[in-house]
Design a protein around this ligand. Structure first.
Ligand code: ADP
Length: 447
């Protein structure tokens, strides 16, 4: 087992990884920008190294600085967390070339799944159903129009290298497609340095359902059930539940088996998420994420499996040591993403936390780096806490979540806690009747 792990990330996820290391008796190295010198992950780590100024490009994305920090602290392995360098295949390769273990999949698997066009081709080869699409990237408006005529409107123009809900444009007809195509292309170029775009059939009422997998690269593969991440704004997840209120046990077992078969066939190692859209009983693969996800705790809550610990174990060469039979899905869990943002305008709300009280009690888990007196910097994304609640049934979970949201007090900055509280009073949400466009309809109706 590793003696020392460098955590190449910040915020709540750096803390989450640090906690797993500590429980495993592994030493930790925190890296941080000048803006994060006072951060909780830095305070709690065994060692810390400043890797650059506030700008992420010069710190958390600064590969030479991170590798140097690993060298001078004598770390054995690097955990990339999520975001930043977590899905950068070149980084994973460079980590290994410098003699450290990359806690994640092989660079080849990261690269394969990082290109959504290639990933969909691979998914089809593995027998997973996909959303009807342009069958490869479209390079010209003419090719886009031709593909759209074949697929049927509405269509969605998507960036092959996209992520985080960016680089996506809906087109209802030919004239909209002309505009959407060029906008999506320039956005893709600006955000992802890759202007390849493709077209997908735009589904009107899908749910976003994703399957969590865990594999040792030596034949051991299990799934941890699914997460329903349909509560979204601007294609970004706000609240997630495990398991999905829309699936029955038979559908769950069927999709779980298909996914684990596919993952075994490609010899994948590490944690991963296979994302689907789900509409009228049918699943459509959209992408695979080759890293830990923000919403991983709800899968941990319903299975009792520590995904970060398992990530570290398989990266160190261990086999899983258990099969699907040992994975028991129990009860229901919901995660609320707490963002430092204005509840109506959604503009970021950085600043000093003047008051902080996190909820507790039965079934409540809070993953957050916040504390009273902490200053939320303006340089990074706005996720500052995750409130995760477990109950024996979905109803118990909802009651508990409403109680916990009531206890949560964050002063000095604005957050989206009021939005979560309002959601918990809505009949459709409480009944589990929602799709990926539901939250935007809900918010429009409130205005
Ligand atoms: P990203 O990698 O940027 O998160 P995804 O491909 O995972 O992008 O899609 C994010 C979200 O966008 C989905 O959860 C869904 O809400 C919406 N979306 C993506 N593809 C489609 C589609 N073909 N039809 C309707 N909505 C879609």
């Amino acid at each position: 087992m590793f003696e020392k792990i460098l955590i190449a990330n910040r915020g709540e996820i750096a803390l989450r990884i640090l906690r797993a290391c500590r429980e495993m008796g592994i030493q930790t190295v925190a890296v941080h920008s000048t803006a994060d010198a006072d951060s909780m992950h830095v305070r709690l780590a065994d060692e810390s190294v400043c890797i650059g100024p506030a700008s992420a490009r010069e710190s958390y994305l600064n590969v030479p600085a991170i590798l140097t920090a690993a060298t001078i602290t004598n770390a054995d392995a690097i955990h990339p967390g999520l975001g930043f360098l977590a899905e950068n295949a070149d980084f994973a390769a460079m980590v290994e070339e410098h003699g450290f273990t990359f806690i994640g999949p092989t660079p080849e698997h990261i690269r394969l799944m990082g290109d959504k066009v290639q990933a969909k081709t691979e998914a089809r080869r593995l027998g997973l159903p996909t959303v009807p699409d342009s069958d490869g990237a479209v390079a010209t408006v003419e090719a886009a129009l031709e593909a759209a005529a074949r697929i049927g409107y509405p269509v969605l123009v998507k960036a092959a290298g996209g992520g985080g809900g960016r680089g996506m444009r809906v087109a209802l007809d030919e004239s909209q497609l002309r505009g959407a195509f060029s906008i999506a292309r320039s956005e893709a170029k600006a955000f992802f340095s890759n202007d390849a775009v493709y077209l997908e059939k735009y589904l009107m009422r899908p749910r976003h359902i994703e399957v969590q997998v865990l594999a040792d690269g030596q034949g051991g593969v299990v799934h941890l059930g699914e997460r329903d991440c349909s509560i979204q704004r601007n294609h970004q997840k706000i609240l997630e539940e495990a398991l999905s209120p829309a699936l029955n046990a038979e559908q769950r077992e069927d999709i779980g088996r298909r996914v684990t078969d596919a993952i075994r066939e490609i010899g994948y190692r590490g944690v991963g998420t296979i994302e689907f859209l789900y509409e009228e009983g049918a699943f459509y693969f959209i992408e695979m994420n080759t890293r830990l996800q923000v919403e991983h705790p709800i899968s941990e809550m319903v299975t009792g499996i520590d995904l970060v610990r398992e990530q570290i174990r398989v990266a160190a060469g261990a086999t899983l040591g258990y099969g699907q039979d040992a994975v028991r899905l129990s009860g229901h869990a919901i995660e609320c993403r707490i963002n430092a943002e204005h509840p109506e305008t959604f503009l970021p709300s950085p600043g000093r936390i003047t008051e902080y009280h996190a909820p507790g009690g039965p079934g409540v888990r809070v993953d957050s780096h916040l504390f009273s007196g902490y200053v939320v910097p303006s340089n990074y994304d706005s996720l500052v806490a995750k409130l995760i609640v477990h109950g024996n049934t979905r109803n118990e979970c909802l009651m508990r979540l409403r109680r916990a949201l009531g206890e949560y007090a964050v002063g000095g900055i604005e957050t989206n806690l009021p939005l979560h509280r309002r959601l918990l009073t809505n009949r459709d949400f409480l009944d589990g009747h929602y799709d990926v466009h539901w939250l935007e309809r809900f918010m429009a109706a409130e205005r």
